[in-house]
Design a protein around this ligand. Structure first.
Ligand code: VOV
Length: 249
């Protein structure tokens, strides 16, 4: 029987996308709009303090397609904190206009089995610790999508030997390394938490790099043979001081 790989796990993640109710937003007074923005900016300041203390991380993106208007990504030590954040958004005045579109709940993970050093366990080095509790880069673009590994009779990821999985992930990692400095990734595990098995969050300065890396990886055996993909969502970074401009009419 194939052996499960032990994972090391880090911060919990909430990807929360919202449609913005522009029609209702237009119907309130400018004064009410300004108050709503100020209140939300205070909320963002609280999240910034958490990030400065390295107790979590957050980023907000303006979604390009019509799947949503905004994508919030939060990383926190506990699921309680993630639920509190969702509630705080919903209780805020701006929250009345942020209509839930889609969400994804997962936990940052790495395997203990080091694909770069087949047969060896990973040390809990400062590098690994940092990857499990990362401060998200404030790069211009992010792309999120959920994934699963195939469980077909002729291609069952969960039935092949650990050494084979390590080898395939090693090849995958080598493709990924070509994108150093261009694409940063956060892999979150969602088995038992959400519909798919992993969440992939990518950051880039140039969105073309998302297309290039995902295309190139389609030729890695781990993807060709074993990967299933959910919907992709792509957004442009919204800096905290841009919120008022974003909402201006
Ligand atoms: C930006 C580049 C980049 C780099 C360097 C990179 C490296 C690595 C390494 C070394 C490892 C193994 C980790 C561990 O836990 O030891 C992984 C793991 C994983 N990846 Fe990755 N990945 C990248 C990028 C990257 C992309 C673009 C994708 C999606 C496209 C595709 O076609 O899949 C992806 C997926 C995954 C997944 C779903 C997992 C979990 C797999 C599992 O089944 O367990 N990933 N990834």
């Amino acid at each position: 029987m194939a052996e499960a790989v032990v994972t090391v796990d880090g911060w919990s993640a909430l990807h929360d996308t919202r449609q913005f109710d522009w029609t209702s937003w237009k119907s309130i007074s400018e004064d009410e709009r300004n108050k709503a923005i100020q209140e939300f900016e205070e909320l963002i300041k609280q999240w910034e303090t958490v990030e400065e203390n390295k107790e979590g991380s957050h980023s907000i993106f303006k979604v390009v397609g019509n799947k949503a208007d905004l994508m919030f990504i939060f990383l926190r030590e506990t699921m309680d904190e993630l639920e509190e954040i969702k509630r705080a958004i919903n209780k805020s005045v701006l929250g009345d206009f942020l209509i839930p579109a889609y969400s994804y709940v997962s936990i940052i993970e790495m395997t203990m089995h080091d694909p770069m050093k087949a047969g060896e366990d990973r040390e809990l080095s400062p590098y690994v610790k940092e990857r499990l509790r990362p401060i998200m880069p404030k790069w211009e673009h992010a792309c999120f999508y959920p994934m699963a590994r195939r469980r077909e009779p002729e291609a069952n990821w969960f039935a092949i030997e650990k050494e084979e999985r390590t080898k395939l992930l090693y090849e995958h990692g080598m493709t990924g390394r070509k994108y150093a400095g261009k694409v940063k990734e956060i892999i979150t595990g969602s088995i038992g938490l959400d519909e798919w098995e992993w969440g992939v969050t990518l950051f880039a300065h140039d969105p073309l790099q998302f297309k290039k890396i995902v295309y190139e990886m389609r030729f890695d055996e781990v993807t060709t043979k074993y990967a299933e993909f959910g919907d992709f969502i792509m957004g442009n970074y919204l800096a905290p001081d841009e919120l008022a401009d974003y909402l201006a009419l």
